[in-house]
Design a protein around this ligand. Structure first.
Ligand SMILES: [Ca+2]
Length: 298
């Protein structure tokens, strides 16, 4: 690709460092409940953090959109009621408040929900860039460790910042309602802590092992995320949770688990959208009938 002429408004693609990068697409704003993460490189992984996050490398991502919040219990159950999602959920006391993150679901349930919404699970790289921004910050707010002022985690006062779930015995804590802490970069909430979040990729034990499929432009991890993926049986959750301490609530910490969620864990998720998906969502919103209107032809 030849460089743009001086003064040209042609967006600069990946250049020599990312020769396969497409032309960056502009952030269009919205769709409702989503934030735009603009195209470009970011620093993914770490050379001195957890071994599973090594090595650090620059990765280029096209523009994409992220849900502002973890998908809530009420949102997931509405999808089930509409017969677009499979019944699933926490099955424990005090995990079923409408604005708590849906929790205790399979990776397949999360994937199906996002598709039903015209979205998709974020790739692991998309999740990480949304959490840390372009320049390698270790957390969604910068490099300072997580505290209960910033995120719902386990701290010195206990799990979920010392708030016990109702009737809890023993004290295992519970997620808070989404958005209980200040928004982070890109306006996103709870990227650190509250609920772990499933991402699309299969888990490779570190980025060196993953190799080319975790490098370059819009990586999707082993097998490009497709099923089945020989030699890979576990997906990934990100961001830590109310149950774990600050060391897990970073932008780089990776935890793996089986997509069937067996044995059972309290994982949640949020969805992402490609520019094409976002355009579809905006178009659908602009043509939706006003609330209470009957649909044409009944
Ligand atoms: Ca979270």
């Amino acid at each position: 690709m030849s460089p743009p002429a001086p003064g040209s408004l042609t967006p600069v693609a990946g250049g020599a460092e990312f020769p396969g990068a497409p032309a960056p697409l502009a952030c269009e704003g919205g769709p409702a409940g989503m934030a735009c993460v603009p195209a470009g490189p970011f620093l993914r992984g770490s050379d001195d953090g957890p071994e599973h996050a090594r090595p650090a490398a620059r990765v280029w991502l096209q523009t994409y959109y992220m849900d502002l919040n973890e998908v809530t219990y009420a949102e997931y159950k509405a999808c089930v009621k509409a017969r677009k999602c499979d019944p699933s959920g926490p099955g424990y006391t005090d995990f079923d408040r409408p604005r708590q993150p849906i929790n205790g679901i399979r990776w397949f349930d999360a994937d199906k929900y996002c598709r039903a919404m015209g979205k998709q699970l974020p790739t692991e790289a998309q999740w990480e860039k949304a959490a840390r921004g372009p320049d390698g910050a270790l957390h969604p707010w910068g490099d300072e460790p997580a505290t209960c002022e910033r995120a719902i985690i386990k701290d010195g006062s206990g799990r979920s910042c010392g708030v016990k779930k109702l009737y809890s015995k023993p004290d295992t804590g519970r997620p808070f309602e989404v958005g209980s802490r200040p928004a982070y970069r890109y306006g996103l909430y709870d990227m650190a802590g509250n609920s772990w979040e499933w991402v699309a990729d299969w888990y490779a034990k570190d980025y060196a092992t993953c190799g080319a499929e975790c490098a370059g432009v819009d990586p999707r991890g082993p097998c490009g995320g497709a099923e089945p993926c020989t030699g890979y049986r576990r997906k990934i959750v990100r961001g830590g949770s109310w149950y774990w301490d600050a060391a897990h609530a970073t932008a780089i910490y990776r935890r793996s688990h089986y997509p069937e969620n067996q044995p059972f864990h309290h994982f949640g998720f949020r969805c992402a959208a490609s520019p094409e998906q976002a355009a579809g969502l905006r178009a659908a919103a602009s043509t939706a009938p006003p609330a209470g209107a009957s649909s044409p032809g009944g």
